[in-house]
Design a protein around this ligand. Structure first.
Ligand SMILES: [Zn+2]
Ligand SMILES: [Zn+2]
Length: 348
């Protein structure tokens, strides 16, 4: 079969011929129906060297996957051949207290995981191929009947990550609350929809690009702002001087974090999702009283079930541009150039 593989750090991926995997005991092979191309894959290609991560190339790219069960190993009982499934991407040990809750992103015994701190497309072979080996049936979530793998694949990261971030602050997203979403890209535009679908809070979306703000309005944002030196003041005016109850920063640059901290209401949450690497000072008086600053990373398996449910009911929707496996390398070129509408999804 064909697979798009990262052969070395600091290199472009190559479309190569590899053997079709066969499932061992407890394992499942799926036929890929969609594999999302993610910005973090560009980091894999360009930014890491030996020793940066607990694993190294070569491996097949693609950590946002869905498809159909092709074959099952002995002992697999929860799925059958032909079942439509989404792949829960972060693969932990399955036994520690975090994994037992389905929070395999935060596995506390990663040396016992299929690969420490990774998964399919992250150290092990991912879904940019015709077939993919899944090391355990617990990484498979059944797809609701009306959800195509092409649509579901990018939701496993691009929707799961903002869903987890929103869920952590749900109790603060009351009907009278204001939530600020900074950065309306692939994750931010899902965040707006998730907030509107699961809470009654007001959403203010912030992005320098007019097209991003138009998209934010299209998917349900109540107000949009292009950031400038007046933005904090405007947010305060929009909130009777209080500030935002929750600020989700999908960029994570110094400037966006500063904006987030200055916009937060007392008792508010500032959640850093984006990995631009910015930093801000954090001291007793550097923000309003009792403002919490937190990071988030990907999401849990139960949350993926909820994300797929929202999508199957039409409450959240992810735009996508379809690429063939032969054009998969092109998808990353377009992604790097900012030329993809919605998520680039590879369909073998
Ligand atoms: Zn991703
Ligand atoms: Zn674990």
């Amino acid at each position: 079969m064909r697979a798009l593989r990262l052969m070395n750090w600091k290199s472009e991926p190559e479309l190569v011929e590899v053997p079709k995997p066969t499932p061992g005991p407890g394992e499942v092979v799926i036929r890929i129906g969609g594999a999302g191309a993610c910005h973090s894959d560009l980091h894999l290609m360009h930014d890491f060297v030996d020793g940066s991560l607990p694993w190294n190339p070569p491996f097949t790219l693609g950590h946002e996957n869905a498809g159909w069960v092709d074959s099952i190993g002995t002992g697999v009982t929860s799925v059958r051949e032909g079942d439509a499934v989404a792949v829960y991407g972060p693969w932990g040990c399955g036994k520690c207290s975090r994994c037992r809750l389905g929070i395999e992103t935060l596995c506390e015994d990663p040396v016992l995981a299929p690969v420490p701190g990774g998964g399919g497309g992250l150290g092990l072979d991912g879904g940019m191929a015709e077939y993919m080996l899944i090391p355990s049936e617990r990484f498979l979530v059944p797809l609701p009947a009306n959800l195509d793998p092409l649509v579901a694949a990018p939701l496993t990261d691009a929707a799961l990550t903002p869903f987890h971030a929103v869920r952590r602050s749900w109790t603060k997203m009351t009907p009278e609350a204001t939530v600020v979403v900074i950065g309306v890209g692939g994750l931010g535009h899902m965040a707006v929809q998730i907030i509107k679908a699961t809470t009654a809070a007001r959403v203010i979306a912030i992005d320098p690009k007019p097209t991003a703000l138009a998209l934010a309005l299209e998917v349900g944002a109540d107000e949009t702002l292009q950031p400038d030196d007046q933005t904090v003041k405007i947010i305060r005016e929009m909130t009777h001087g209080h500030g935002a109850d929750v600020v989700l920063d999908f960029v994570g640059a110094e400037s966006t974090l500063k904006l987030a901290m200055a916009s937060a209401r007392t008792l508010g949450d500032v959640t850093l999702v984006g990995i631009a690497g910015g930093a801000v000072p954090f001291s007793f008086f550097s923000q309003g009283y009792e403002v919490s600053l937190q990071t988030t990373y990907w999401g849990s398996r139960p949350e993926l079930v909820e994300v797929l449910n929202l999508a199957s009911r039409g409450l959240i929707h992810s735009e996508h541009t379809r690429y063939s496996l032969a054009d998969a390398a092109e998808a990353y070129v377009d992604l790097a150039a900012g030329n993809v509408r919605g998520r680039a999804v590879v369909v073998p």
